[in-house]
Design a protein around this ligand. Structure first.
Ligand SMILES: [Zn+2]
Length: 277
């Protein structure tokens, strides 16, 4: 039924192209994948971040950082509501092998308790399938469940399956819709793991090849509109400088969705999962 619906929606989109575009340009954004790290601040300062987020209608954002002081400075300097995630692997200087750090759970707990920041998540954590049985990963999941923190995972499908086999309650945000972002695989994981959500950062070229939204992604968004979030993934100063362009590439496919679904993915899902306190 969704497939048959689509040409009608596309036709409406053409007819209404002008007003639809104008309305969508002001749709607020919840950006689910920002990084702000000490190395970036010299090139792209607090005022640059504040101006960039404001001019792009970013009302709220997950900001991942190893440094609580940066969260405090950003919170003081921007009107965007920040959802802070502690970037543990950056803090430890162990991007790919953090799960082999001894007593990782205790070390993360100490980091969380050392500042008055109200951390709402942990990550981003890069992890390959072979590392899913490491004790550090289990300790991370234990801690996330105990403290009701969301874990941002950049990793293989087997990692997600293992996490839910051992910790069914854990809340995972699967970065970039996973390592193999193919709609049939994504759909399968969404249906099997109801507490997992997907961040779509870095996936604009797959979702919107040549400027037309891919049919399989389109149907996936219509079938699971409450499970996706967007993000720009500002892992370098250069990505921060390109923010407006990258975000516009995301808006280019959001505009091709029915407006309520675009609004859910762009903004409302993030607000519901990480409400203001
Ligand atoms: Zn990232």
């Amino acid at each position: 039924m969704q497939t048959r619906l689509r040409p009608a929606i596309a036709a409406i989109g053409l007819v209404l192209a002008l007003p639809f575009t104008a309305a969508s340009a002001t749709t607020p954004i919840f950006d689910a994948h920002l990084h702000y790290r000490p190395a970036v601040i010299e090139t792209f300062g607090i005022t640059d971040v504040a101006r960039t987020l404001a001019s792009n209608e970013v009302r709220s954002a997950i900001v991942m950082t190893p440094d609580p002081a940066l969260i405090r400075r950003l919170q003081a300097g921007t009107d965007t509501r920040l959802v802070p995630f502690l970037e543990v692997s950056q803090r430890l200087g162990r991007k790919m092998d953090w799960m082999h750090v001894e007593d990782l759970g205790e070390r993360i707990a100490t980091m969380l308790d050392a500042s008055e920041i109200r951390w709402q998540g942990l990550g981003e954590f890069h992890i390959l399938a072979d590392d899913r049985f490491a004790p550090g990963f289990e300790q991370l999941l234990d801690l996330a469940v105990a403290r009701d923190l969301t874990v941002m995972i950049h990793g293989d499908p087997a990692v997600i399956d293992h996490a839910y086999a051992t910790h069914p309650e854990v809340r995972i945000l699967w970065a970039h819709a996973g390592s193999y972002a193919y709609p049939p695989l994504v759909r399968d994981y969404l249906e099997r793991h109801p507490r997992m959500h997907m961040d779509l950062s870095m996936r604009n070229p797959r979702i919107n090849p040549g400027g037309t939204i891919d049919d399989d992604w389109f149907e996936l968004f219509l079938d699971h509109p409450d499970r996706f979030l967007i993000g720009v993934d500002t892992f370098t100063a250069h990505r921060w400088q390109q923010y407006t362009q990258l975000k516009d590439e995301t808006r280019a496919w959001l505009r091709q969705l029915p407006e309520d679904i675009a609004r859910a993915i762009a903004f409302e899902n993030g607000e519901r999962l990480f409400p203001a306190h």
